[in-house]
Design a protein around this ligand. Structure first.
Ligand SMILES: *Cc1c(COP(=O)(O)O)cnc(C)c1O
Length: 458
């Protein structure tokens, strides 16, 4: 059969508000031209993020009712711990309210000023947590990652030679751990191969540097390995996930992604000393170490979701939706990151709007145009999110200007994607008329969430 169908049917609906362009112009104006500040109700197709926005299955809703809300050592915690242990094999598991809480505990207990953390690409909150404690977040993506249109299977890989050089130059004693983000979110949702993970581990082992996996989309990454890496096409995704984690010393996780839950995360490790430090800070910040900021029912939902994310039919369908939209856009020659990533379609705003210079924020211009055209909410992954302002207030652009259309899990149907393709094509037709933006106000950290913009007239 050629058609890959949604492997579920719909039991409950949630209405979408359909708006007119004038209403959307008003709403965007009131949001200071930053789509993060829009009311969700005013977004017809909300692709801001795939984080915590998914639909739960009947099994998850049923599990919710089983939540054991005991303060310590609850049944739900046992189920959660057992599931995470089965998938990751780590000795110590700490629930957190979401991924960044895990990152914060890791950074605050293991890093000090002057340290450096290599990563294929840091996610924004990971970078912020590393920098917040005075350490340096160093991205070492493979060279292919810098060419959006290039079709190679594992563009999320780390540049292992660059990792070796980094260790030589900075000294292993200043690298408390190295991270690998699977899939590589900021690099286009691109997967990392097991081959690459093994090579990274080999290098790190020589210098006794622990490897931490940013595991938010571990199941999607396992699916790509299943599809693209030789020797894995007959392996269940669970086995592949287990092999990935077997090379690592710990992991941070946002269960709002491949936990198929609306909230939650965890931190995991093998080292007893690390575990003790994690536990102490967890109790101070998140809660007792058997619930870590989550309700018992959340732990239940995550335990089910982590397993559902590893179902092959689910991953097949999910990737088919990403590929479906990508192919429609490619037919119109609309520039995007190839091959299609795991959780999103990434438009290449630099190639889409070549007349807008990176410091005039082509990604923001494109995001805002998509909203005005069709009420579609996307997100910029470019100079606003990853650019840098130096000591003299001078802006340095990001290396890529991408616009991410992230797909919530099990939420939108094929007709929504057809509509989306139409909206993007309409903006593509008008691209010459779009103008750049400048930042009016910005906070010090994670500025993309709350800064305000104004259109550059002229
Ligand atoms: C979402 C995400 C995080 C942070 O998780 P939150 O649950 O949003 O705090 C970290 N790393 C990656 C790769 C992510 O996608």
């Amino acid at each position: 059969m050629k058609n890959i169908i949604e492997p579920f049917r719909i039991k409950m609906t949630e209405p979408l508000k359909l708006t007119q362009p004038e209403q959307r112009l008003d709403a965007l104006h009131n949001a200071h031209h930053n789509v993060f500040l829009l009311d969700a109700e005013d977004c017809c197709i909300d692709l801001l993020t795939d984080s915590g926005t998914g639909a739960m299955s009947t099994q998850q809703w049923a599990a919710l009712m089983l939540g054991d809300e005991s303060y310590a050592g609850s049944r739900s915690w046992k189920k959660f711990e057992q599931t995470v242990k089965e998938i990751t094999g780590f000795k110590h598991i700490f629930p957190t309210h979401q991924g960044r809480a895990a990152e914060s505990i890791l950074a605050q207990t293991q890093l000090k000023p002057g340290d450096v953390v290599p990563n294929n690409s840091h996610f924004d909150t990971t970078r912020a947590n590393v920098e917040f404690v005075g350490a340096e977040a160093l991205n070492l993506p493979c060279k292919e990652a810098m060419e959006p249109a290039l079709e190679v299977p594992f563009k999320g890989n780390m540049d292992v030679d660059a990792l070796e050089r980094c260790i030589q130059e900075r000294g292993a004693e200043n690298i408390p751990f190295c991270m690998v983000t699977i899939t590589n979110n900021t690099g286009g949702g691109q997967p990392v191969s097991l081959d690459n993970i093994r090579e990274i581990k080999q290098v790190l082992e020589k210098h006794q540097i622990p490897l931490i996996i940013d595991a938010c989309r571990f199941a999607e990454n396992a699916y790509f390995i299943h599809e693209r890496e030789s020797g894995y096409d007959n392996k269940p995704l669970l086995d592949i996930a287990q092999e990935i984690f077997s090379y690592a010393d710990g992991a941070t996780m946002s269960c709002k992604k491949d936990g198929l839950a609306n909230i939650g995360g965890f931190l995991a490790c093998n080292d007893d000393g690390w575990a003790e430090a994690f536990r102490n800070l967890l109790i101070l910040r998140e809660g007792f170490h058997t619930y870590g900021g989550l309700a018992g029912r959340d732990l239940e939902v995550i335990a089910v979701g982590l397993k559902e994310a590893l179902e092959l039919d689910y991953q097949k369908y999910r990737h088919a939706t990403v590929e479906y939209l990508s192919q429609k856009l490619l037919k119109k020659n609309i520039p995007l990151v190839r091959p299609a990533g795991g959780h999103a379609v990434f438009l290449d705003a630099k190639a889409f709007l070549p007349h807008i210079a990176p410091l005039e924020l082509p990604g923001i211009a494109l995001v805002n145009a998509l909203y005005i055209e069709g009420g579609v909410r996307a997100v910029e992954l470019g100079t606003v999110m990853f650019g840098r302002r130096d000591e003299n207030g001078l802006e340095h652009p990001a290396s890529l200007e991408l616009v991410r259309l992230a797909f919530p899990r099990r939420v939108y149907t094929q007709s929504h994607f057809d509509y989306l393709a139409e909206v993007i094509e309409n903006v593509w037709q008008q691209r010459d008329r779009l103008k750049g933006y400048k930042i009016l106000h910005q906070p010090k950290l994670l500025r993309h969430f709350t800064c305000s913009f104004s259109l550059i007239e002229s």
